[in-house]
Design a protein around this ligand. Structure first.
Ligand SMILES: Cc1cc2nc3c(=O)[nH]c(=O)nc-3n(C[C@H](O)[C@H](O)[C@H](O)COP(=O)(O)OP(=O)(O)OC[C@H]3O[C@@H](n4cnc5c(N)ncnc54)[C@H](O)[C@@H]3O)c2cc1C
Length: 287
């Protein structure tokens, strides 16, 4: 299918983006990598009158190390994030997740900001942002504001982004001492959106885990942090009993709904399997 007709504007400055958003409101969409937007236009799931191409806004791209943490500009291509030494060093969870996102051709164009703004419930990066305690930087005509990733994703493709705002960066805090990360997902084919996935982050000292954050995606309308499972693991070594306790606690944390790919019961089972894998990895065993 072909998209409905639309006007196209290539913005040369962020102020022009704010002007166009103010002028066209809901009738306008930002075009970043186009890897989610263009398919929705072609399928006529969306029919905006104006596309505002932000690819010329170089200031929105790039990866910066700030006090041990990272500032990843919204227009940074997913492939650049995947290949970044800074990301591998300061946010290894993101580096682990990147190869699971689609295929290299999609990652060459797709941006981190597009993925965050689109908020697909089965997407990897929103879950990583929540697990890492990242903040989403939003830029509007009146200045910048930051929202914790845990509060940014509100519902199905729904975020805290307000009218007239642009996602400008993802701010990842410094990993801190003894930080460990692990990532796992199950997809029918490599590069497909996950049936179920989990981004995990914790501290590990003397073999015991603390501050365990297991953030699931593909199970609900937004990323879900398994708080009861995290609490069940606090201060414990990863042995069979600890894994079983965390897996049992998932019953309290997760209420997956079934879809055409898997029933709710299957998804919960897969979440338990992935939990076992990431916990062993957090503890330092081969996954
Ligand atoms: C075949 C295929 C497989 C895929 N598989 C996966 C997968 O496994 N996992 C996954 O996570 N993704 C997957 N994707 C999606 C891909 O990661 C997209 O690149 C990403 O979701 C959107 O990024 P984008 O830069 O292409 O955004 P676009 O498609 O340009 O925009 C997406 C939406 O976000 C808005 N937007 C974009 N940038 C901003 C911004 N800076 N501020 C505010 N709003 C903005 C746009 O207006 C639009 O509504 C897949 C895509 C394809 C085509």
């Amino acid at each position: 299918m072909k998209p409905a007709p639309f006007a196209y504007v290539r913005a040369r400055a962020i102020e022009a983006v704010f002007d166009l958003l103010a002028q066209h409101g809901d009738e306008a969409r930002l075009l970043a990598g186009g890897q989610s937007l263009i398919p929705t236009l072609n399928l006529r799931l969306s029919a905006p009158r104006v596309l505002i191409d932000i690819n010329g806004l170089d200031a929105l791209a790039g990866i910066e190390v700030t006090g041990g943490g990272l500032r990843i500009g919204a227009l940074t291509r997913q492939r650049a994030v995947e290949r970044s030494e800074e990301v591998a060093r300061c946010a290894p969870l993101i580096a682990m997740a990147m190869p699971h996102i689609a295929h290299p051709a999609v990652r060459n164009r797709g941006t981190i900001g597009g993925s965050i703004a689109y908020a697909d419930p089965a997407a990897e990066l929103p879950a990583c942002a929540v697990a890492l305690g990242a903040e989403i930087e939003l830029r509007g005509r009146d200045g910048d504001r930051r929202v914790a990733a845990a509060d940014f994703f509100r519902g199905l493709y729904e975020t805290d982004l307000r009218a007239g705002e642009v996602v400008s960066a993802v701010i990842v805090p410094a990993p801190g001492p003894n930080a460990r990360s692990a990532f796992a997902e199950l997809a029918r084919r490599h590069g497909d959106y996950a049936l179920v996935g989990v981004a995990a982050h914790a501290r590990s000292a003397d073999g015991a885990l603390s501050d365990v954050r297991l953030v699931f995606f593909g199970l609900d309308v937004r990323p879900v942090q398994a708080r009861a499972a995290g609490a069940a693991l606090e201060g414990r070594r990863v042995d069979e009993k600890a894994v079983a306790d965390a897996q049992a606690a998932l019953e309290e944390d997760l209420q997956p709904s079934g879809d055409i790919h898997a029933s709710a019961a299957t998804k919960l089972h897969l979440a338990r399997v992935l939990t076992g894998r990431v916990l062993r990895e957090l503890a330092g065993e081969a996954a």
